[in-house]
Design a binder for this molecule. Structure first.
Ligand code: ADP
Ligand code: MG
Length: 139
């Protein structure tokens, strides 16, 4: 089933100028980038985006990281896009990520791990709506 998911290319990747390399892995996996914008997140945006993690010990560090440099927010489309992109990203901790995944290839640490991808269709819809309007998305 054709689906959409929300992706962020995180500050560690924009800082190293490897957004094109990340996009090559995304496109190589058959996911289509149907919306994309480079932004510098505000603290309020990052805190809202990661609100589910606000009680976790790494929350402050995570928000500081996400606003430390520009990010690229994206909408990806394709068959089973949510699960497919989670597979393409690899495990949260790059030490545990499978060969060929974005995090295995590029992540620097469990925190600075190059990409975000939605974990459910419901969250994908909410996350897309935080950063894009329907007219921004050209499938
Ligand atoms: P994922 O991004 O794989 O869905 P989580 O939702 O568990 O992972 O965590 C959100 C983000 O918080 C991670 O991508 C990572 O940037 C950061 N994070 C998760 N666990 C840790 C940790 N133990 N230490 C520092 N940062 C972490
Ligand atoms: Mg998550």
């Amino acid at each position: 089933m054709t689906e959409r998911t929300f992706s962020i290319i995180k500050p560690d990747a924009t800082r190293r100028n490897i957004t094109g390399k990340v996009n090559a892995v995304i496109e190589g996996a058959g996911l289509r980038i149907v919306a994309q914008r480079r932004i510098h997140m505000t603290r309020a945006q990052a805190e809202r985006f990661y609100e589910v993690h606000k009680e976790r010990p790494f929350f402050g560090e995570l928000v500081d990281f996400m606003i430390s440099a520009p990010v690229v927010v994206q909408v990806l489309q394709g068959p089973n896009a949510v699960a497919k992109y989670r597979e393409v990203m690899g495990a949260t901790n790059p030490a545990q990520a499978a060969e060929g995944t974005i995090r295995k290839l590029y992540a620097e640490s469990v925190g600075e791990n190059s990409v975000h991808g939605s974990d459910s269709e419901e969250n994908a819809k909410l996350e897309i709506a935080q950063f894009f309007s329907e007219t921004d998305i050209v499938g």
